[in-house]
Write a protein that binds this ligand. Structure first.
Ligand code: NAP
Length: 300
């Protein structure tokens, strides 16, 4: 029996582990993929206090080592279910673990366009991470789809690598920051395609062009070597939905105390309903969730 099981070894989960261990609790962190979560895809973090420049991978590795060195047990198994019995039960594909309190810090996954051959073209022209895959498109033609900060930043990053970048957005104004949009507009190799959706991926072995349909019904085909999909993220809460209250978009309903509708079950990071999803708010959630989980256990 653990004191606290943390589901997810991203920035929120690993910070929660640090706080829980420093409060003398026995902690297990369960992670389905690899440590670090979403931040490992960021090439250069410029907005985390104290560290003016650090890569997402280095940040995640330092955080992982910090949690491990303090004594967190970190096990790579996918959680498929949780139960609220006398203790909290966490079921993975291999084992069942119990704890007095849980912290769900599973983050979010890429939203897909939903086109028929999208999955099979991942790594063959389709990417969800410009900082991971952009270098493969040096001197080539690429498109980015989306209108949020990720799409704008991805497009800006790619203008320095690719010879030509199309930014395709379904509306005529961006959701992302104006300053990034303005920086993008100053580039000579960007072309904006507004009020349009990517409606078809044309490929042989690899993606070679995309069909783009405008709101007015007109359709055009654009030759591209790569398409970067940046249309937002989906919270990874599906496995908890039978027990935990989610909002209409699938985020865990919890206020700043990070407590869910179930006593002893907390949430931290991007899969919580909140206004600002940043690295600093993910680590902040981790600290709050762990502190409140410790209080909960101490009052049992
Ligand atoms: P987002 O803000 O949710 O933007 C998603 C974009 O994709 C929107 O423009 C949306 O269009 C479009 N979209 C959604 N579904 C689509 C579909 N099926 N087909 C075509 N377009 C679709 O997601 P994000 O850009 O990944 O950002 C997520 C969060 O991280 C945001 O809070 C963002 O501010 C934050 N972020 C911050 C930074 C930074 O501060 N440096 C960097 C990256 C991300 P509509 O606009 O029409 O809805």
């Amino acid at each position: 029996m653990y004191d606290i099981i943390i589901i997810g070894a991203g920035s929120a989960g690993l910070t929660a582990a640090i706080y829980a261990i420093r409060a003398s609790k026995k902690v297990l962190v369960l992670e389905a993929k690899s440590y670090g979560g979403q931040i490992v895809n960021t090439l250069d973090i410029e907005n985390y206090p104290v560290e003016p420049h650090i890569s997402g991978f280095d940040f995640a590795t330092k955080l992982y080592n910090q949690a491990k060195d303090l004594g967190a047990e970190i096990v790579f198994e996918k959680v498929v279910d949780i139960n609220n019995k006398d203790s909290k039960e966490v079921v993975t594909t291999k084992n069942t673990y119990s704890a007095k309190a849980l912290i769900i810090a599973t983050g979010s996954e890429n939203r897909k366009l939903g086109l028929s051959n999208e999955d099979e073209l991942v790594g063959k022209g389709i990417s969800y991470c410009a900082t991971c895959d952009g270098a493969f498109y040096k001197g080539k033609t690429v498109a980015v789809v989306g209108g949020g900060n990720t799409a704008l930043e991805d497009a800006l990053y790619l203008t320095d690598i690719a010879s030509k970048v199309y930014l395709i957005h379904r509306r005529d104004e961006f959701r992302g920051e104006e300053s990034t949009a303005n920086a993008l507009k100053s580039k000579s190799n960007i072309e904006f395609i507004y009020n349009s959706n990517v409606t078809k991926l044309v490929a042989d072995e690899r993606l070679n062009s995309i069909e783009v349909t405008n709101k007015d019904g007109s359709v055009k085909n654009i030759s591209v070597d790569g398409l970067f999909v940046a249309v937002g993220r989906i919270p990874e809460n599906q496995n908890f939905a039978k027990l935990i209250n989610l909002d209409e978009s699938g985020y865990v309903e919890a206020k700043e105390d990070c407590l869910t509708n179930v006593p002893g079950i907390f949430v931290a990071g991007d899969n919580r309903r909140k206004e600002v999803r940043q690295l600093v708010t993910a680590t902040s959630d981790g600290a709050i969730a762990a502190t409140n989980a410790v209080k909960y256990i101490n009052n049992l």
